[in-house]
Design a protein around this ligand. Sequence first.
Ligand SMILES: Nc1ncnc2c1ncn2[C@@H]1O[C@H](COP(=O)(O)OP(=O)(O)OP(=O)(O)O)[C@@H](O)[C@H]1O
Ligand SMILES: [Mg+2]
Length: 373
Amino acid sequence: MNNCILVVDDQPINVRLLDVQLKAAGYTVLPAYGGQEALDMVNKHMPDIILLDIMMPGMDGYETCRSLKSNPKTAGIPVIFISALTDVNEKVNAFKCGGVDYICKPFQRDEVLSRVSTHLKLYFLQKSLQQQIDAEIAKRQSREQLLVQQSKMAAMGEMLGMIVHQWKQPLNAISSTAQDLEDAFIHNELDKQYLHSSVNTIISQTDFMLRTADDFRNFLRPSKAKTSFSVKNAIEEVISMFSPYFAKSGIAINISCSGDDFSTTGYPNEFKQVILNLINNARDAILTHPNNPKAAIDIHITAMAITIRDTGGGIPEAIIGRIFDAYFTTKAPDMGTGIGLYMSKTIIETNMGWRLTASNIEGGAEFKIVLKE
Ligand SMILES: Nc1ncnc2c1ncn2[C@@H]1O[C@H](COP(=O)(O)OP(=O)(O)OP(=O)(O)O)[C@@H](O)[C@H]1O
Ligand SMILES: [Mg+2]
């Protein structure tokens, strides 16, 4: 398709002259005889370039150009002024209005042609550059959106996995309490005291589940405030809630402390979940450790660190570098998801600014939460 040039001049003779010369050079030419007419033609035909006379009755060339430049749709079309005015101020004015070039009348045919051709080339180059940039920006934006979307989905999936993980224990407890109740009834052992303690167990388990759900809902909210809490109290709360089930498996949990000030600042609920993850792991290791002479979890608390030791035989050296990875597990699919330690490390290190490390000791593993170096 031929490039289209709008020629604007109030003198028909000038329009005709340019029309002949430009057409001979292979351009399509549109004529306009005044500023307003030019604006209408531009909006209708979107020419590739405009040759614009300055002195015209009514709307002059400057005003016409300013109007074109103020409209985002037409602002990019190059305007070359053609005028008999030779004063340097007029030329400066032409550029100020947004013109790209200035040709003096009487014009030379070759000069007009080469200026038109140069500005057309520049214009198309600029246009294609802009298109490439726009396309690149659009591509990048959609890639970023996809990434944000994917990480949101991953976080939500993780959260769901965590809730399932944290609910498994209380659900088992509730289910076995229900079974116990029926057994007790069948064996005529169901008195008021038995019923009362079973109901309490169920209520405390469901309370824990509700709190876990709330905690996890809050977990992804970034603006949660840290609070001051006692690590000793937090650990004792977790242990008192879960020790019955550990006792059932024949595992003793021992807590010891040195020092007396255990206050710290952080997220107490998440901290408790970390402790629960660590003692659940210790329990699993102890229960699957063959010929285990001792079944115990020792928790030692100081103002500097919390150490959790078990007698589960330790972590095989071949995997010790990967246990904190998301979804790394050595357990059967229905026994472990591999999220426990990944989540614990994120909570302890990213959210609290502490450190969580793992190592092996005689007969078992040691997990350490370092509060202060
Ligand atoms: N105390 C421990 N002793 C020995 N091995 C351990 C211990 N704690 C963790 N591990 C190893 O690290 C792996 C990852 O633990 P992690 O808690 O992340 O996942 P998981 O316990 O397998 O599953 P879940 O998501 O249900 O916690 C475990 O599968 C186990 O092989
Ligand atoms: Mg685990």
